[in-house]
Design a protein around this ligand. Structure first.
Ligand SMILES: Cc1ncc(COP(=O)(O)O)c(C=O)c1O
Length: 371
């Protein structure tokens, strides 16, 4: 075979990211008119009204490049969080920050990246794509974090340690004190990256995050997103809260203009729309409590969640496993996530929706399970 077709080792067999099914896919497949998508942890209330207004007003500016490095957006995010703007790097979804951190910190063929298993797939994807070893320590059976095992998985070549808190798919969240203790105990080279994509939904986010104590920890970075609590998944906007020394190194390494102009305006408007954020948090926390109760009533073993979704295990029924429940829900126009891709073939994950979506989901699930 011609050398033309040679690519980097491991790349040809690369496993693609698995996304939740789309509404169009299911509409076509089952010929349904009404679909409820509770598969990708998108915001139940849609796009903040203030963002919609700003996007309409600013659409005609999209022929211009945005300002390099979007300093105005970074400053607004920093003010929103109460940290210095020198720490903030916005990106094309927090996925871009995960990738950027791996690329600037890990040495291919030499370093390793450590996370729990199961975990969000991007940490492994970005590491493997770069030729960096990806190591995983199992979560406990109840999905809590065995930090001692995580530390034992590290060595002097551990470049990054990813912890998702609240976790995906379980919804479990560590306390800030536990995370601080982990940060103190990691090997010297390792950067602790805490993926806080869902932290806003926790009952008390301040008790779950090291955000207000970052000055104590030059080895801790946080990643956050506008895709969930702020309703902008389709515009792709996330950010890192990095130690200042690392942000300074990372900034020149980022793709130019990876945050598009409209996403810049949308992000600032989303921060301004505090009514939308409060309503999102209220609906999600109330819905989470209601769904947890209802799933328990249906013998589905929901995991306690601090996030915008609930992982659950449907009861064993002859001839009906979790995948069967997932497919039966699809035929009724409800998309949830089967967790086979996370190595949890007996579990499903449902995003907390609006009250009506939650009720429709529970009614359909009751029908599937109990006839
Ligand atoms: C744990 C976790 N981190 C990061 C992301 C990526 O979010 P973004 O849309 O900001 O790239 C997701 C998306 O589902 C997620 O679940």
């Amino acid at each position: 075979m011609s050398a033309l077709y040679d690519v980097r080792p491991g790349v040809r067999d690369f496993t693609a990211y698995v996304a939740g099914l789309s509404i169009d896919e299911i509409r076509q497949k089952y010929g349904l008119s009404r679909i409820i998508k509770l598969a990708s942890n998108e915001n139940p209330l849609g796009v903040p009204p203030l963002v919609q207004k700003v996007l309409r007003e600013r659409a005609a500016e999209a022929f211009r490049y945005p300002r390099l490095g979007n300093p105005e957006l970074n400053a607004r995010i920093a003010a929103h969080l109460g940290v210095g703007p020198e720490r903030i790097i916005a990106g094309n979804g927090s996925d871009e920050l995960i990738d950027l951190l791996v690329r600037i910190k890990a040495r291919p063929g030499q370093d390793n990246v450590v996370a729990f298993t199961p975990c969000f797939s991007m940490y492994g994807m970005c590491s493997r794509m770069l030729g960096v070893e990806f190591r995983q320590a199992p979560l406990r059976a109840d999905f809590t974090f065995p930090f001692d095992d995580l530390i034992d998985t590290c060595d002097e070549n551990t470049a990054l340690v990813f912890v998702t808190s609240p976790d995906n798919p379980s919804g479990y969240a560590a306390t800030a004190e536990e995370l601080a203790d982990l940060a103190r105990r990691l090997p010297e080279r390792a950067l602790l990256v805490i993926d806080e994509a869902y932290v806003e939904f926790a009952d008390d986010p301040a008790k779950r995050s090291l955000l207000s104590r970052l000055d104590e920890f030059p080895n801790v970075a946080l990643t956050r997103t506008f895709s969930k609590a702020f309703g902008l998944a389709g515009l792709r906007l996330g950010y890192g809260v990095l130690p200042a020394w690392l942000a300074e190194i990372a900034r020149p390494c980022q793709m130019p203009f990876s945050v598009n102009l409209l996403a810049t305006y949308a992000g600032m408007a989303a921060l301004d729309d505090t009514v939308f954020l409060q309503e999102t948090l209220r609906i999600t926390r109330e819905g989470r409590e209601w769904l947890t109760r209802e799933l328990t009533r249906l013998s589905c073993e929901p995991a306690p969640s601090q996030s915008s979704f609930i992982m659950f295990r449907p009861p064993a029924r002859p001839g009906l496993d979790a995948r069967g429940v997932f497919e039966a829900l699809l035929t009724r126009g409800i998309i949830v996530r089967h967790l086979g891709g996370f190595g949890l073939a007996d579990r499903l994950r449902v995003t907390v929706g609006t009250r009506r979506e939650n009720e429709t989901f529970i009614a359909a699930l009751a029908e599937v399970l109990h006839g």
